[in-house]
Write a protein that binds this ligand. Sequence first.
Ligand code: F6P
Length: 547
Amino acid sequence: MTPLKHLSTSSSLETLQQKMAGTHLRELFAADKNRFERYSLEAAGLFLDYSKNLINDDVMSSLMKMAEEARLPEAIQAMFRGEKINYTEQRAVLHTALRNFGTDPVMVDGEDVMPKIRDTHERMKGITDSVHSGEWKGFTGKSIKHIVNIGIGGSYLGLKTAINALTPYHVAGLEHHYVANIDPNEITEVFRKIDPETTLFIVASKSFGTLETLQNAQAARAWMLEKGCAESDIRKHFVAISTNLKAIDEFGIAQENTLPLWDWVGGRYSLWSTIGLMVSLVVGFENFQKLLKGAWEMDKHFSEAPLEKNMPVILGMLGVWYQNYFGSESHAVISYDYFLRDFPGHLQQMDMESNGKQTREDGSRVDYQTGAVIWGGTGTNDQHAYHQLLHQGTRLIPVDFIAPATSHNPLGEQHPWLFANALAQSQAMMQGKNLDEVRDELTAAGMNTANVDALAPHKVIPGNRPNNMIVPEKITPERVGALVALYEQKVFVQGTLWQINSFDQWGVELGKVLGNRVYDRLKESGTTSDQDSSTNGLVNRFKQFNA
Ligand code: F6P
């Protein structure tokens, strides 16, 4: 347990935790017939049932008091107002402005950023229309049939999640591909599937300095030239998105094919920006706008609803409750929808790159746990993989289940079965199966007492495992937007409580710097001996096979 001792409200939560630790969720449900109504709410088209949590009214009210003591309401308003809450980089955090359909200005350094956001939307629409209408031609005069997004991290995960989530909305006749990794196998596989005459590459990089993206963009350019595209026609096959317009120019992408981005948009929060161009191309600009509108609905709810009726606040504070008062270390997100299969991967970057921190604004180190290990996948597949550990393992792992009420493909009875499985997992985690029930079951099946004694302990499922159920009516652009925004804001809530900056990522820098050094050692001739013995040994082994 690592309570947030810097907040005076923490002591009441410590006392409540001791009480709750001795209570079973079954008892809480038995004692209150209205538990579902009490602990559920709807916002931006998403329904949340959080009744299967280790909470009662005292816990929830203490958690909300803690959020107030941590000045969460003020922090929320500061973010929306464009204050430079990313204090280590002196930047505002305004991905919310990208999906703002209101009429009020949003000011950064004395400038209203809304007109330039609207302008980029027009340009994204223009590119999308031109590709869809066939007006955009490749070097042999053919229309575009393949789009390849070259980008990594926030310039990849969010847009791929949204595109796969919106599979039923894909425009016909356009194939989408992704190159993120520097592993040459990845881009080679994409080259095998595309046709140079009909391919448009989108180079998406906020910094335009990311090794993987630049190497892949160079490889794509070289491939186009090798396939007969003249240097002067390269502009017909490349679009670039970045804050670094100079670097794009040096790379050789035409200015008219360049979309801007701003430093007040964090990479992992950039789906809503020009980085979303690929989404617009694959599902159409109107659906991209609907995605933004869904996120805006969630933002309005987040900034206007009282804390106790605020979905991102509730989810964020429940995470704090388990991490800092029950000692849980990870959090699983399992979607019962094939189209949402990439969502956990996007959440991993969004949450772990945001809240995997240990230093407060004043430079002091936190003395409690911060960001949880985020993981997950899709049901029902995962029931046959790791759910065993969720049900009978020794760790407390809170789970969010995401299960849309209706399917885009209502094939026979499959969707009701899928939904039933989601509910059953949630219920099983909550109620479990106690020793008496197991013994009765085995005895009723005719087993003798000795065998019942031996087998029963193995079949006990403790239950009392907290979980949330998020139910959109259907996976539509608006609901996907709301869902992603819900988790973004949840991450912000937790970062505020943990007093860390959720918007920088200094931790990934060291690996990049050392990567350059190791690369130089791999390329130098002779034996390497100036690193630690492990690195020397492995570098020399690589050289042995790559002489
Ligand atoms: O992993 C570090 C990181 O900077 C992420 O924050 C970012 O999303 C990713 O690299 C890609 O960066 P860029 O869009 O600048 O290429």
